[in-house]
Design a protein around this ligand. Sequence first.
Ligand code: ADP
Ligand code: ASP
Ligand code: MG
Length: 408
Amino acid sequence: MRILVQKFGGTSVANLECMKQVREKTLAARAKGYKVLVVLSARSGETNRLLTLADEWSRDPEAAEVDALISTGEQVSVALFAMLMKDAGVKARSLLGFQIPMRTDNAFGKARILGIDNEKLTAMLEEYDVLSVAGFQGITDDNRITTLGRGGSDTSAVALAAALGCECEIYTDVDGVYTTDPNMCSTARKMDRVSYDEMLEMASMGAKVLQIRSVEFAKKYKVPVHVRSTFTDTPGTLVTQEDSTMEAVLVSGIAYDKDQARVTLRDVPDVPGVASRLFGPLADSGVVVDMIVQNPSRNGRTDMTFTVPRGDLKKTLTLMEDIQKEVNAAEVLHDLHVCKVSAIGVGMRNHSGVAAKAFEALRSMNINILMISTSEIKITCLIEEKFTELAVRTLHDAFGLDKDSMLG
Ligand code: ADP
Ligand code: ASP
Ligand code: MG
């Protein structure tokens, strides 16, 4: 039995017309002899609508109920798609997370997949030609519905492909992975191939074309992922293992992430234990702290600045209230109008001067850098949000990403 996983995002299932295009893609795979497991997202805008509803109806929505609520968007998509397939004479049925079952831990809102019953799935694929599977959702061992974090249907799809040992096609509203967001920079260029490591950095730095965990799964289980468009037939981008031609690339992409908030604990004593008192409780409550800067000490006191996802700002500030009193800090400041821009490339490993070039490019546009962090294959700057587009385009140009050859 030849199996293929195809995943379609929110804009691809937005309305009947779009869903019919999805059906064409699935029928084309059927015509090639595949049994197709189609993973669907909620229709575009639906997950946001449901999240707003939770906030309107409750002062403090319980995380487990939020997941029970926001997972319904995918249920609508898969039922409608199964109906469309049946209309086309295909033996199809819908499957929700709990019916697979897609087992997860109980970290509501950002659950991790623990296992997939692939024997049951394979048996169902023997019986049906197309399975229409809800992305984004899973089930805990004590039967509670979970969701996998925003963009989580990508991860559902790649995990299912890993479990079934097959390839995975991710269909979306752009025709592949570009050197930067093509909706932000008109000179962005589509890449034919990108390595798992580069894609991991691009995703973790904000390129939402693939959810980061989907790339982690793909890398771990060596699942070839083909990112392509629902609305055209052009070949997309293959996310795959690094090869020798990829190694030559100095900077392969620019990513940005507006989902950032900056928090500063001002005027804290510069003594052992303060950082641990500060970041311990944040970690315990599941807040992922990203960039951290500690200023040089003045008279034994310092400032601590860090970034968190915007959705975790409320929780962070509540925790900071206690900590501020305890460590005798002067005040807690925060800023929502910031954005992280990153240059990513495996070729940076063996080159110096990449960071200097990025800083000079931003300076030339008078863009102030608020924070900096680097890794082996990326340079990240926190800047004011209003400069996002300018910064992305400037870095994209500075590293010659609009050109075909990007040899360092
Ligand atoms: P879907 O709903 O299909 O999951 P998403 O909106 O999650 O689609 O992801 C696709 C979007 O990702 C594109 O419309 C594009 O704006 C954005 N994007 C950001 N960075 C990139 C990149 N490097 N290459 C392609 N798309 C990108
Ligand atoms: N519907 C979910 C979201 O909007 C999951 C997904 O689309 O991948 O984040
Ligand atoms: Mg997505």
